[in-house]
Write a protein that binds this ligand. Structure first.
Ligand code: FE2
Length: 220
C-alpha cells in the first residue's frame, strides 16, 4: 500500500510536533500494511520561500529516515497551496514528488477565480502533472471548474466515512475524476487515517487497485 499524501515529518507543519509523534504515525502505517509513504508537509507560498521550506523539510526527512524502524520507504514531496503567481517561481519544480513531474496541489477554500485556475495551466505548461489534494472537500460546482484542466485528483480515505464526501467521491469516481487515495495523516487523526486507508480496499474493490497502481507509477 502506497500513501502519497501525509503529514508525518517532525516539526515541519502541524502534522507532527516531535520525532516521537512521527514514529507513532509510521508504526501505525506499518501495522496497517503501508509499504511506502510520500512525506508531503504543507507549503504555503505566502509564508516562506521555497528554499527555506525545503531546508526545513529535508532536515526533518533525514531525522525521520534515520530513526525509521519500520520497512516503510519514505519519499519527499510537499502539499503546495495554489496561489496566484505560484507558477512564476523558478524553483517550483523543487516541490515535486521525489523529483518527478508530479506535484500535489492544495486548492484554497475561497472561491477559485480564473487567475487562480490559470496557475494550474502555468504549472502544466512547465511539464508538471498536477494532482489536486483531497478533491472531495470541494463542492461539485468548484470541481466542475477543474474538469477541463486535465488534472489528476486524490481523495482522503477517511472521507469515505463522511456521508456528504462519500457521496461526492462516488460521483467523482463514476466520472473518472479520481486517480489516487491517500491517508493525509496528521498526529490528531493518524489511527483513523490509516485504518480507513486499509479498509478503503473493501469499499473500492478494483478501483482501489487502480489507485495504488497509479501511485506506484509515481515513485517507480
Ligand atoms: Fe494534507
Amino acid at each position: 500500500m502506497i500513501d502519497i499524501h501525509s503529514h508525518i515529518l517532525p516539526k515541519v507543519d502541524h502534522g507532527s510536533s516531535s520525532l516521537e509523534e512521527s514514529l507513532r504515525q509510521l508504526k501505525t502505517a506499518d501495522k496497517f500494511g503501508v509499504s511506502s509513504i510520500v512525506c508531503t508537509p504543507h507549503f504555503y507560498p505566502f509564508k516562506e520561500s521555497i528554499d527555506r521550506f525545503l531546508s526545513r523539510r529535508d532536515k526533518a526527512f533525514l531525522e525521520l529516515s534515520a530513526a525509521n524502524n519500520t520497512d516503510i520507504k519514505l519519499y519527499k514531496g510537499a502539499e503546495v497551496r495554489l496561489t496566484t503567481g505560484l507558477g512564476n517561481n523558478k524553483k517550483i519544480r523543487k516541490l515535486t514528488i521525489e523529483d518527478t513531474n508530479y506535484i500535489l496541489i492544495e486548492m484554497p477554500f475561497s472561491s477559485w477565480d480564473n487567475m487562480l485556475l490559470n496557475e494550474i495551466v502555468n504549472l502544466q505548461s512547465m511539464g508538471l502533472i498536477v494532482i489536486i489534494a483531497h478533491i472531495e472537500r470541494y463542492s461539485p460546482i468548484q470541481v466542475q471548474k477543474l474538469e477541463g484542466l486535465d488534472v489528476l485528483a486524490q481523495i482522503n480515505a477517511y472521507s469515505l466515512y463522511s456521508p456528504l464526501q462519500a457521496l461526492r467521491i462516488r460521483r467523482y469516481v463514476k466520472k473518472g475524476l479520481i486517480n489516487f487515495i491517500a491517508s493525509d495523516t496528521h498526529i490528531y487523526n493518524y489511527l483513523y487515517s490509516y485504518r480507513t486507508l486499509k479498509r478503503s480496499r473493501f469499499f473500492l474493490g478494483s478501483t482501489y487497485d487502480k489507485f495504488m497502481a497509479n501511485a506506484s507509477k509515481i515513485i517507480g
